[in-house]
Design a protein around this ligand. Sequence first.
Ligand code: GLU
Length: 433
Amino acid sequence: MEVRTRFAPSPTGNLHVGSARTALFNWLYARRHQGQFLLRVEDTDAARSKREFLEEILGSLQWLGLTWDGEVTYQSKRLDRYRAEAEKLLNEGTAVRDGQAIVFKVTPGQIIEFDDAVHGEIRFNTLEIKDQVLIKSDGTPTYNFACVIDDADQKITHVIRGDDHISNTPKQLLIYRALKLPIPQFVHIPLILGTDRSRMSKRHGATAIREYRLMGFLPEAVVNFFSLLGWSPGGDREKMTIREITEAFDLKRIGKTGAIFDLKKFSWMNALYMKEAPLPQLKPLVEENLKAKGWWSDELNPAWVGQVIELYKSRAETVEDLCRQTQGLFTKEIPFDSEAVEKRLKQPGVAEILQEYAACLEKLSNWTSDQLEAACRELAEIRSIKAAEVIHPARVAVTGRSVGPSLFHILEVAGRERVIPRLRQAAATLCPA
Ligand code: GLU
C-alpha cells in the first residue's frame, strides 16, 4: 500500500520549531517509501486563522525543501463534507443535536486501544472521555472530527504528530469506529524540550523557523539538526545530507522521550554547513543580512564581497555571525571592541609600530598576503620585537576585533585603501602618544 502522510498546520502563527520537525518527519517517511506527503490547512477557526501566517508557513516549508504533493487542501472549504458525515451519525443515533451543535455520545466503560509506532500499545477507558462535539453551533467542525474525516478521505496511512496529541487519539478512534473508517498507523513523536528538559519555549531560543532563517541558519543545517530531534540514524552519525537522512529514516529509531533542543549544538552544526556552503548560496544571504543591518553599500564590488565571505565562512556559526565578524570591512566605521582596543592598542609603543608598519606597506609592490607578511617579519626583526606585536594591534586597527582569520589574509582582502589609513588612524587616535 502506498504510504501517505500529511502535515496539518493551523495558520494561527508562524511555523514553530515543533511543527517544522513534525512536517520533516512526515516528509521523510513519505519520501523514504516513495509515498505522498500532503499538506492540509486546518483553518476552521476563522477568527484566529490568518493569511499571512499561512504564507509564512508555506514559505518556511519551501525554504526547508519540504515540498508537498498535489494541491494544498483547506478545511474551511469542506464544511459541507463534515456536516454530511455528522448527520450520518445523527441519523444512526450515535450523535445528538444540542441546539445548533452536533454531539457524539460516548458510551462509558469501553476500552479503546491502539498500537502506536513509537509507544507501543496505548489504552484508554471511555470513562475518561466526555461526549464529543462534532459540529459546533457556528457550523464549524471540531479538530478531532475534521481530522478524522480528512485523514480518511485523504487515505492517510501514517499519522505522524507530536506527543501532545496522544490524548486526542482515542477520541478520534471513536469516530473512526462509528463511521467504519480504516484506521491509520499512529506515530506520536516526542515533544521538543529545552536543555533544562522543560518544554521548549522562547527561553531556550527562538521558537519560529523564520527567526532561524533571519539569523542566518542554512536550511540544510536546520533539516539535519531537526532530523535528530527525537530520531537517530544509529551509531554516532550526525552530519548527514537530506538524502542520507531520507535513506536512513526509520520509525523504529524514533525515541520515546523528549528531544532536546540545544542551541549550541544547532549553531555548531550550522557552522559545519557554513564551511562548505558554496559562494552563490552565501552571497545573497550575506547581502540580505548586511542590508538589514544597514552595513551594505551598493558600491561594494561583488567579487570582493565574495572574497570576504570565503575568508570568514569557516569561522562563522551563521550568516549573521559572519556579518558581525566582517562588519568593519563593509562599513566605513570600524566597530571597535573596547576590550581589544584596551589590550592591543592602548599600550606604549604601539603607535610607532603601527605607523612604521603602514610606512612599510606603502612601499609594497604587490599587495599579497605573502608580501604583507614578509613586511611584518622584517619590521619585527629590525625592531627586535615579536611579529605578534605587530600582528595583534594591526588586526584591531583594521577590523576592530582581536580575533579573526590570519592577519595577512585580512589585510590582503581589506586592500591598501582601507589598511593604510586605518593603521595610521588607530596610531593617531587610539594609541597613547
Ligand atoms: N492542526 C493540528 C496541529 O497543528 C494537527 C494535528 C494533527 O496532526 O492531527 O496540532
